[in-house]
Design a protein around this ligand. Sequence first.
Ligand code: NAP
Length: 471
Amino acid sequence: MAPRGAIKGTGAPDPVAASGLSSLPMQEFLSAIQAGASGDELSAIPLPDSYRAAFVRRDEVGVFDGLASEDKDPRKSLHVSDVAVPELAPDEAYVAVMASAINFNTVWTSIFEPLPTFGFLDRLGKESKWGKRHALDYHVVGSDASGVVLRTGSAVRLWKPGDRVTVHCNYVDDQSPSAHDDSILADNERIWGFETNFGGLADLAVVKANQLMPKPRHLTWEEAAANALCNSTSYRMLVSKNGARMKQGDKVLVWGASGGLGAYAVQYVLNGGGTPVGVVSSPSKVELLHDLGVEAVIDRKVANYHFWKDEHTQDESEWRRLGKDIRALVGDDVDIVFEHPGRQTMGASVFAAKRGGIIVTCAATSGYMIEYDNRHLWMKLKTIKGSHFANYREAWDANRLVCEGKILPPLSAVYPLTQVGEAASKVHKNLHEGKIGVLCLAPEEGLGIDDPELRARVGEDRITLFRRHGG
Ligand code: NAP
């Protein structure tokens, strides 16, 4: 089926029509969900041919050529318009997306770095009949969602229309034996909405049934949508047997401690009886972390570390200064370093971990060609551990902690889908705290709470801490 308003010959939606002001093809579902419709009632509503979605276009991949990363503007490359509803595979579900969230992978897709994501879609397109649906000239992005199941494919056993869900982004075809130990190790593992099409920044999403998890009943749609990607990633990195296996009493250095990943990481350290040392870059972030219960916080702007003397040379005396600052705060070197900035910090992270410590890393925001002094690694028997998202078990367990109110959603701001470019730009420029939510079908904030008693027990103030800081 062709996208509505398609550009002739490209199959891509026309960004001129992409004002986001088109009538909502999903309106009937929204009205039914708001009226508390049953699964049977939702099943009786016909699916529209198209839905509103945020996407990048293949014919715009070169639009930022020659610009520095920081000058590439997601507001120019992320469009919102109607695209065709794809056919549903037997192991999939259509989800009416009430809310989604910005992740850094949507920033990467929207600035076409380090690679345009159309290559991922094309590779998936060669895999099977169902994979072929993804290889389009537009890429609907987004790797988080909360919403309501509308339809399930014929092979789906555990979910049904009407279920209120969140979606994790580990997209695995379980027919490969490689998927059956730790599914994130599967040879065809993908991140939904980044390496696949039909992601969560839209009014409708197509997901595999094994991506679905129960929606935390005490949270709003936008609070519920903020968690799965970053929460599961931090859980695997710190708590899982596949990660750093944090113990009670561990001291953990957390870079970007009020950011997407870090805001969950510090909560896991506190919950697990450890001591987080949070690094952030402004007084308001320091205050936010103190309010969250993190006592040891370093403002890296105030500390003014220069781990690199110049583009080619690191400065060990600056690593030592960081180590000294950590010891001044918590009395010892850290057992674990929660790493993701990459090139700018990795040398310091390897240095700062204690003898026998672990540096667990899942990213390289400031550059992926990293450098560290190997003598500090081998002589002090440290380990660098790579980590990537989470398997279903880990995502499920991390979601359970959100459902029980033991992990709080660090939602700091909310944008409508029509302003998804603005929201991604904020994350790109590091002008946010925690997570930025995006309202898709949900017409306003604050909807979707099914268990107000649990919400009251967890505490409105705690649940909305980042939102109040984010203004
Ligand atoms: P985020 O919300 O932007 O937070 C990252 C934080 O890191 C920033 O707020 C910033 O905090 C800090 N930071 C950025 N550059 C830094 C630098 N040069 N030195 C020190 N600190 C720096 O992003 P996120 O969601 O946490 O994601 C972080 C990275 O992890 C991204 O590259 C993302 O793509 C990746 N990621 C990977 C996975 C995976 O599964 N592999 C999952 C999630 C995210 P301050 O300015 O306050 O210090």
